[in-house]
Ligand binder design. Structure first.
Ligand SMILES: *Cc1c(COP(=O)(O)O)cnc(C)c1O
Length: 420
């Protein structure tokens, strides 16, 4: 459920008409709904009531500091995957002792940054990384709290590019080797073993892979505990999918039930790292039709938004709902169109053979469910601007990131000053 609905014949974010924002800030832009972000966080938190749970919002889904702060104000922690995201989480007011640091390639500088800030835990994904962390912590005279990310070798049945829990994926330490690794880790002077972590992929639309992975985690915990490792904390990652089209996805409540059934009696503190589930449906990309072009076999709606603004359709074959901002009459004429951007690539396509109410150049469209992995993945390909992000709260809106124009970016470039 979200708070983007038609009101008085026009799409609104909460009580704010989208066309008013478009008039003021220009298109394209991202628009987020505060009430939707808050609602999704609460629904997820309620699904975990009864468990000892901390929700560490996966900042990479949408890392605008206004979004992070909205969640921090509700009590959320943060899951970060870079020094930059750590800086953002702290700036947005997430307490350091609710921040976990994930990722396969954390540099020594990043590890030092995490230790300096005294965050809750660093999720270790390989033995070389463990060695590096032990050395960095030693040189700083501190002990590093560590969770070991296991790769459970479970297929999450999601898009190949966002599957992370199979043995051929780069993430985590093979579950069959975790006992060896932890045994060695317990001899390292500057490592404190806080627990285990896992994250098997993103946009999961079935609960069964979660269940299989949790069962594997429980088995590993039993073996390690029998060996004297306490493992007070288990980080279960994120990955719960959202409905991009009408398709059904598991509810947070059903996910919570699976967690409780499999892991509820382990007496561990549980961490969760949802990203997409919290912010995905809380954002739309607002765009204007530049031209309607009659091709030989297709009618194209050419937008002012492109793959550089929202890459998910071209990268993951993602299907986002597209709706007119002006509410169509019931029984409005539908036309079959391809919805494309202006970038010089055929991959710059948001939808093919979509039935939309007849639209003209100048009309506004909203590409829905664009709150996660949208703005954060934007680029300036084709020397296009980084578009603004706007946040709505009730009948007010605020520009939470300004448009960054090519002029500004070109200022960072230099002509080489060869002397000859
Ligand atoms: C990306 C990621 C998440 C968030 O995934 P969602 O599908 O957005 O919930 C959580 N944990 C880790 C380690 C990740 O890499």
């Amino acid at each position: 459920m979200d708070h983007f609905d038609y009101k008085n014949g026009a799409l609104a974010a909460e009580d704010m008409p989208i066309s008013d924002i478009a008039e003021a800030v220009g298109t394209p832009f991202y628009c987020y709904s505060t009430a939707t972000i808050e609602r999704h966080y609460r629904v997820f938190a309620e699904a975990l009531a009864g468990l000892s749970a901390t929700i560490c919002y996966a900042v990479k889904a949408n890392s605008n500091i206004a979004v992070i702060k909205t969640l921090a104000d509700l009590g959320a922690g943060a899951d970060v995957v870079s020094s930059g995201e750590l800086t953002r989480a702290l700036k947005a007011g997430v307490p350091a002792d609710k921040i976990v640091f994930s990722g396969v390639g954390k540099t020594r500088d990043e590890l030092a940054h995490a230790l300096q800030e005294n965050i809750l835990q660093i999720n270790i994904e390989s033995e070389p990384e463990l060695q590096a962390l032990n050395e960095v912590a030693g040189s700083m005279g501190v002990t590093a709290p560590v969770a070991f990310r296991i790769n459970p070798d479970i297929d999450a049945h999601t898009h190949d590019k966002i599957s992370t829990g199979r043995s051929e994926d780069k993430f985590g330490i093979e579950w069959t080797r975790i006992h060896d690794v932890i045994t060695r880790a317990s001899d390292l002077a500057n490592i404190e073993i806080a627990g285990l972590a896992m994250h098997i992929g993103s946009q999961l639309t079935e609960l069964e892979p979660f269940r299989q992975a949790f069962i594997r985690l429980r088995d590993v915990v039993a073996i390690l505990r029998a060996d004297g490792h306490n493992l007070p904390r288990l980080d279960l990652g994120g990955g719960l999918g959202i409905p991009y089209d009408a398709a059904a996805t598991p509810s947070p409540a059903d996910y919570g039930k699976v967690v409780t059934e499999v892991l509820g009696d382990l007496e561990a503190e549980l961490l969760f790292e949802p990203g997409r589930l919290i912010v995905g449906n809380a954002g739309i990309l607002v765009t204007r039709i530049v031209y309607v072009k009659e091709g030989a076999t297709r009618r194209f709606l050419i937008l002012d938004a492109a793959m550089n603004d929202l890459v998910r359709p071209s990268l993951y074959e993602a299907k986002h709902d597209i709706v007119p901002v002006s509410e169509p009459n019931s029984g409005a004429n539908l036309e079959r169109v391809d919805v494309v951007g202006p970038v010089c690539e055929t991959g710059d396509t948001f939808a093919t053979e979509l039935d939309l109410p007849s639209a003209e150049a100048g009309d506004l469209l909203a590409i829905r469910s664009a709150g996660a992995y949208g703005a954060v993945m934007a680029s300036t390909y084709n020397s296009r601007a980084l578009i603004p992000e706007v946040m709505v709260n009730g009948n007010a809106y605020s520009i939470i990131r300004e448009r960054i124009d090519p002029d500004t970016l070109i200022n960072y470039e230099n002509l080489p000053n060869w002397d000859s």
